[in-house]
Design a protein around this ligand. Sequence first.
Ligand code: HGY
Ligand code: MN
Ligand code: MN
Length: 411
Amino acid sequence: MTHTIHADRFLSDLRELAQIGATPAGGVSRPALTAVDREAREWFRRKVVEAGLEYAVDGAGNQSAILHSDPPSPKRILAGSHLDSVPNGGRFDGALGVLVVLEALRALKENDYSPPVSIEAINFTDEESAIMGLMGSRAMSGQLSASDLASARLPQSELDSRLAAAGLSRESMLSARRDNVLAFVELHIEQGTRLETAGVPIGVVNAIVGIRALQVRLFGEAAHAGTMPMQLRRDALWGAAQFVLRARELVMRQFTPGVCNVGIIHAEPGAYNIVPAQVTFALEFRHGSEAEMDNMQSELMRLLDDCARDYDLRAEVEATPPVVSAQMDEAVMQAIERAADKLGLSRQRMLSFAGHDTQNMARIAPSAMYFVPSVAGISHNPNELTSDADCVNGANMMLGTLLELTKQCQQ
Ligand code: HGY
Ligand code: MN
Ligand code: MN
C-alpha cells in the first residue's frame, strides 16, 4: 500500500492554524494556556473529531489524536510536538510537528490502514517557557513535581488561573505520567542553518542539549543619578551589564559549542534619575554534555561573584527546573532513516541545540526526532520560514516513519 499525505489539505491546515494568535509581522503569539493557546487547542480538537480519530486529553492538558489498532492496544506509539509558541514567534515552531502527525493519521485512516498498535498524535502543553518549558512532556514522563510548579516562571496566581481556564489543576498535572509508550518520534524545524548550508533536506537528531535556567538578582543601592559621585555608586545594572558581556566571552572562549543567553533583564526602581538598586535577569545556558554544563555553571557563578564584588553588590540565584540532555534511540533513528531513504531524501545526523519534548519522552520510551530546514536558520521570530516542499517532506517522513515503527513493534 502506497501511502501519501494530502499535501493541499495539510498546508491549508498549517495556514489556518497560523491565523490563531497571528501577529502583524506574519508570525504567531500563543503563550501556553492563555486564551489564544486554548483557541488553538480547541481548533486541534475539532480537526481530530472531523478526521474520525479518537480525541483524548490527559491531566497535564496534553492532547491526543488516536488511530486505534483493532482491538485498541494498551501500548501505544506516540508522535507529536507543541502548538504553544514563544511571544512574537514563528508559525512553524511546534505547530508543524503536531500537524504532520495529524495528517499522517488521517491519510492512514482514509486508506483503511489498521495499525498493529494504536498510534497517537500529541500536542504537548507549555513546550515554550511561558510556564516552565517542556511542562507537558515533563508531566507525561513522570518528572514533574509540585516544587517544579512552585518554581514556575510566572506568578503562582497566574499559573493557577491558566490551569483552571484549561480545566486543569496542580493535582491533575501530577497525574499525567504514562508507562505505555512503545516509541516516540517528533518532527521539528531545525531553527538553525546547518541543513540549508549542507543542502540536505532531513536532519536525524542523535542527541539534544541539556538546558539550565537561573533567575539572577543583583542588589546595590538606589541613589540620586545627579548628585551621587560615580565612584561611590553601587549600581546593580553596572554589575549585570559587565556579567552579560563577560559571560559571552567566557562561554565562547571556554565552552564552545555550548551557548548562553540573557533574554530578560529588569532594573528597579526604574526611573531616569535613580541609580538602579536591583536588577533581575534570566540566564540560560546549554550544552550537549551534563559534565560540561556543571563546569559552565560553576564558572558562570564565579564570574557573577566577581562582577558583584566589582560594584559592591549582593547576588542571589534561583534555579528553575533543568532539562537534562538526551541521547536518541538507535532503532528509532534507523526507522527515520529508512523512511528518508524510501522517499529518496538525503539525511545527516546532528545534535539539537534547541530543547524539545523528545528529550523528556526519551526518559520513558525509545525516542528520536528529525528536522526539516529553516530558511536562513531564523526562528523564535515572525520571519521563521520553512518551504511548502520541506513541510510536505516532513509530513511524508512522519507517515513513513510511523509505518516503519509499527513494523518494528510487530517483530
Ligand atoms: O528553547 C528551546 O530550545 C525550545 O524552542 N523550547
Ligand atoms: Mn521554540
Ligand atoms: Mn519547538
